[in-house]
Ligand binder design. Sequence first.
Ligand code: ZN
Length: 89
Amino acid sequence: MEEDPNGRFLEPVELEKCVICKGGIEPHRNKEGKIIWTHGHHAFPVAEGQCCDDCHNTYVLPKRYGDSKARFKEILVSPDALVIDSDTL
Ligand SMILES: [Zn+2]
């Protein structure tokens, strides 16, 4: 069983997939380590569906707020991931 940095045991969980990077969406937990949310973030306007914390911060928020075009170009997405055309941002 997995242990969190504070030495508490974490319940195993089936991760939802991020629609942007196709990675698992890390569940949000409360202070006791109990899962309180597993659906990540709404990926709009980058994609349809739910995305992980990283993609939310890296793609979705900048797109929503219309800044940091440059940051998008630094991101490597896996070959089967949604292709994000930085020129349309
Ligand atoms: Zn992601």
